[in-house]
Design a protein around this ligand. Structure first.
Ligand SMILES: N[C@@H](CCC(=O)N[C@@H](CS)C(=O)NCC(=O)O)C(=O)O
Length: 338
């Protein structure tokens, strides 16, 4: 009897947890706004401007998902998350998705209750040091103290790097990124380590950026991907295909400026499928036919989002590199839109 009750209580708990997460898309539609987890502030990726508007590639992914659902890029509640919270916030339902410089790893994907969607940025870990140190290669960091944030792949890679190169490195671990960056700025560490894109972003916030160098050799691969709760395949499909749609639009030359004309007169069947001129691709994922037309009209394609937030006209001036399409020498690739 006791066992039976226990069993029943467990079944009830499982059932109620499942029903409160019936379907993320339904929950988001009923709520009328998307809860999107972002960073606590990384220029170019997710960073609030002076009036509190979140700018950046990761923020624009949140907006793209909201636009696909509501045809309104403002229907996003941005939730800043420290590194340590970025996975739990999805698992507990605090956010519908996290779009925040998060590396797709096997353990996170298989053991931590989340699913990664698709890679939005190919990154890799490196180090920033003061130019005056003369350090040009990470292997010269023997004996160095290095500022790093807790709950990151960064911390783990640093340990691996030191072990595999037989270096004695003192990791100075901070709970938040702000503390780690400020400690480096204050001279408490010889180097700061994180994903290269973030080092590039943080360097722009230094008093004299030219006094700091980012070592060019990467010590890890950091494929960054938005993540959703494990077990809601429909929602995962939706987020994944919004991103695939942004990449496909770049491939096809569909832009914010020409989307109306392309829908009206393009003879390319893939363009018509993407923009909703033919097929039922929106309805496949629970949305209207013009879901991607709305996204591209409001936010542009992947390349426009990249250039606006990270590209040559921004303080970050980041080359596309691995984040270019294969035809331009990069890795950014979307499955077939049919
Ligand atoms: N990509 C790595 C690192 C992610 C990361 O975001 N690290 C620190 C950088 S110091 C951070 O907290 N950054 C952003 C923030 O919350 O402001 C991971 O997935 O673990």
């Amino acid at each position: 009897m006791k066992f039976k009750n226990l069993f029943m209580a467990g079944t009830f708990l499982a059932a109620s947890v499942a029903s409160s997460f019936a379907g993320t898309l339904e929950d988001v539609k009923a709520r009328g706004i998307l809860n999107c987890g972002v960073s606590e502030g990384v220029p170019g990726f997710s960073n609030p401007d002076a009036s509190g508007n979140w700018a950046g590639l990761d923020s624009d992914i949140c907006r793209a998902v909201a636009t696909a659902i509501f045809n309104d890029a403002n229907k996003v509640n941005f939730v800043p998350l420290a590194s340590k919270q970025k996975i739990l916030a999805v698992v507990t339902g605090q956010v519908d998705l996290t779009s925040r410089t998060t590396t797709w790893t096997m353990k996170r994907d298989t053991k931590e209750g989340v699913d990664f969607t698709t890679i939005v940025f190919y990154d890799g870990q490196s180090f920033m040091v003061r130019k005056s140190t003369g350090i040009a290669d990470a292997k010269q960091l023997n004996g160095a103290s290095i500022c790093v944030t807790a709950g990151t792949t960064t911390e783990l890679n640093l340990t691996d790097f030191a072990a595999s190169n037989n270096l004695k490195i003192e990791a100075v671990v901070f709970e938040g990124k702000k503390e780690a960056v400020n400690a480096y700025k204050a001279g408490r560490c010889d180097a700061l380590t994180t994903d290269t894109s973030q080092l590039t972003a943080f360097r722009t916030t230094m008093k004299d950026p030219a006094e700091h160098v980012i070592l060019t050799k990467l010590i890890s691969k950091e494929p960054l991907s938005p993540l959703v709760r494990h077990g809601d395949n429909k929602w995962k499909d939706l987020v994944t295909w919004v991103i695939n749609g942004l990449i496909t639009a770049e491939e096809l030359g569909v832009t914010q400026a020409n989307a109306v004309d392309m829908l009206k007169s393009s003879k390319n069947p893939t363009v018509q499928r993407l923009l909703g001129g033919s097929g039922d691709f929106g309805p496949y994922i629970g949305l209207e036919k013009d879901w991607m037309f709305n996204v591209i009209s409001k936010l542009g394609n992947y390349s426009e989002i990249y250039e606006r937030n990270l590209g040559k006209s921004t303080p970050l001036k980041m080359e596309r590199g691995a984040n270019a399409l294969p035809r331009d020498g990069g890795l950014l690739y979307a499955p077939a839109f049919r």
